[in-house]
Design a binder for this molecule. Structure first.
Ligand SMILES: Cc1cc2nc3c(=O)[nH]c(=O)nc-3n(C[C@H](O)[C@H](O)[C@H](O)COP(=O)(O)OP(=O)(O)OC[C@H]3O[C@@H](n4cnc5c(N)ncnc54)[C@H](O)[C@@H]3O)c2cc1C
Length: 499
């Protein structure tokens, strides 16, 4: 029996969330072991969409350049009825505030490959073939055992082990089912020749066959077909049936390869408790949603970004463990908003009844405008580890650039105090030294780019104190106020939480 006793964090599950969390922790110098039951990566596509904030999180994982090469921006997501009338248009061209396209399309296995390579290069020990079967919590560590009897001990364990999470079951965590179930046939296609699809992403709200037709990343397309009430799963989950459903789209065996077809039951669930002492849940283990908003993996990567710096600070003695209580408090409202939005979208599309569909169409078609609507944003933080009274605390700061390069590429990850103008020097020396020991960085933008200049003007502030996950701890209008903000941060970290 092999024992690894001095690991800081054991992450269970080498999906996108487990890999990203492991990378963020290993980049900060922690020993991380990533345990995965399967010998080889899951090779079939699932997620196809990520948003601008998630682009920034993945950039923080050190794969920004490679990610741009495997993804393509999507400026429009149009919903039409069976007759082709537009019911809804979402979209945004150009970059979102995080310095990435508002929406990007990609292939999940390609992303996981990038993440796994990056994990190896930053020192994460990935152990494939390790299926966690037991978990025992002690005062100062957690022990995990595999089916084969191997033992791993870690100061913290994070279950990123997907929808049927073993870690969740072993920590006796109840799950609330939000009662949304529909079966859909997912068909992934590699086109032999490049074709332009306009709009790039489309929902056909046709009661005779609700259908999704979206990009699956460069060179790939994804179709999703809802199972109709009279159809059996076996009738739908059939390769000949998949080709038959693709035929009206001009896709057939001569011009495309069927990468896979599979029926998924879309549902919506949330774990009631995301932390049990030294054990955490993240990603699908903590929350599950239908894919209509393209947010399941995105929510999991936001969990990883939130949890990584908090575990880091506790492991390095910069914060009390009560900081960890803010993890669920901060992440649940955002994940829940993504779930609720996905369910609302699902209710619009998953309508097999023609009368109900006609009523829906009449209501929706009148609201369509030429200018695509912006998808509703996720909520800012209103509690958790943010300054209790500072303006803009809990909002996100954009990613501008310095010298034409995105700022995170220039100054790296971690806490950041961004000052505009020449005032950066006014921050108190003691507070600044402490902040730098935390890994924080003070930058002064004497000649801010257009984005930063606009952001600071709109927010009527001169200093922005940004957490490692891009949320604002607070803002200040003078060097003296910024110094006080740093002092409050130090106090709050040692206290562990502001609420
Ligand atoms: C059809 C479809 C379309 C989707 N579209 C989108 C989209 O466009 N955008 C988006 O953001 N999301 C989308 N999603 C959701 C997204 O795919 C998931 O949210 C994401 O894969 C979850 O990542 P994860 O790392 O939490 O879990 P997973 O990717 O499920 O990884 C969990 C890992 O844990 C391992 N594991 C499980 N149990 C154990 C154990 N006991 N021991 C060791 N290892 C274990 C598993 O083998 C697996 O590798 C979609 C999902 C589907 C099905």
């Amino acid at each position: 029996m092999k024992t690894v006793s001095d690991v800081d964090v054991a992450v269970v599950g080498a999906g996108p969330v487990g890999n990203a969390l492991s990378i963020l922790l290993a980049q900060l110098g922690h020993t991380v072991i990533l345990l995965e039951r399967y010998e080889t990566p899951y090779g079939l596509p699932r997620a196809v969409h990520f948003d601008h904030e998630v682009g920034r999180i993945l950039q923080a994982c050190g794969i920004g350049h490679e990610l741009r090469a495997i993804s393509e921006p999507a400026d429009l997501y149009e919903w039409r009825n069976g007759e082709g009338t537009t019911l809804l248009r979402f979209g945004q061209g150009g970059n979102g505030p995080s310095g990435w396209p508002a929406s990007s399309m990609f292939n999940q296995p390609a992303l996981e490959e990038l993440l796994e390579q990056r994990a190896g290069s930053v020192g994460v020990e990935t152990r494939r073939g390790f299926e966690v079967t037991t978990l025992a919590q002690h005062d100062d560590n957690v022990e995990l055992r595999s089916a084969g009897g191997e033992l791993v001990a870690a100061k913290f364990v994070v279950g990123c082990d997907g929808a049927n999470s073993t870690v969740r079951t072993l920590s006796a965590t109840p799950v609330t089912d939000l009662g949304f179930f529909y079966d859909w046939l997912i068909v992934d296609v590699i086109l032999h020749e490049q074709r332009t699809f306009n709009p790039i992403n489309l929902q056909i709200c046709d009661p005779t066959r609700p259908t999704t037709a979206v990009s699956g990343g460069p060179g790939r397309r994804r179709w999703e077909f809802m199972r109709l009430p009279h159809e059996s799963l076996d009738e739908l989950n059939d390769v000949a049936r998949a080709w038959e459903l693709l035929a009206p789209w001009g896709v057939h065996a001569e011009n495309a390869e069927l990468e896979r077809h599979a029926v998924y039951t879309f549902n919506a669930r949330v774990a009631d408790r995301w932390r049990d002492r030294r054990v955490f849940l993240a990603g699908d283990a903590a929350h599950l949603m239908p894919p209509f908003a393209g947010q399941g993996m995105c929510a999991g990567l936001r969990d990883a970004a939130n949890l990584a710096w908090k575990l880091d600070h506790c492991l390095r003695g910069f914060a009390g463990t009560t900081l960890l209580e803010s993890y669920q408090a901060e992440r649940l409202p955002s994940a829940r908003a993504a779930i609720d939005f996905s369910i609302e979208l699902g209710k619009v599309i998953c309508v097999p009844d023609p009368t109900e569909a006609a009523e829906r169409d009449a209501l929706m078609a009148v609201g369509v405008t030429d200018e695509p609507a912006r998808a509703p944003g996720l909520p800012d933080l209103t509690s958790g580890f943010i300054h209790p009274s500072s303006p803009h605390a809990g909002r996100q700061i954009l990613q501008g650039s310095i010298g034409g390069e995105l700022v995170d590429e220039v100054v790296g990850n971690g806490w950041r105090l961004v000052a505009i103008g020449d005032d950066g020097e006014e921050v108190g020396a003691t507070e600044r030294t402490w902040f730098e020991s935390l890994g924080g960085c003070v930058i002064t933008l004497a000649n801010p780019d257009e984005d930063f200049a606009r952001w600071f003007a709109e927010h009527d502030t001169a200093y922005a104190l940004q957490r490692p996950d891009f949320y604002l701890y607070g803002t200040a209008t003078s060097g003296a106020q910024a110094t006080a903000l740093l002092a409050d941060l130090c106090r709050d970290l040692m206290k562990g939480s502001t609420t």
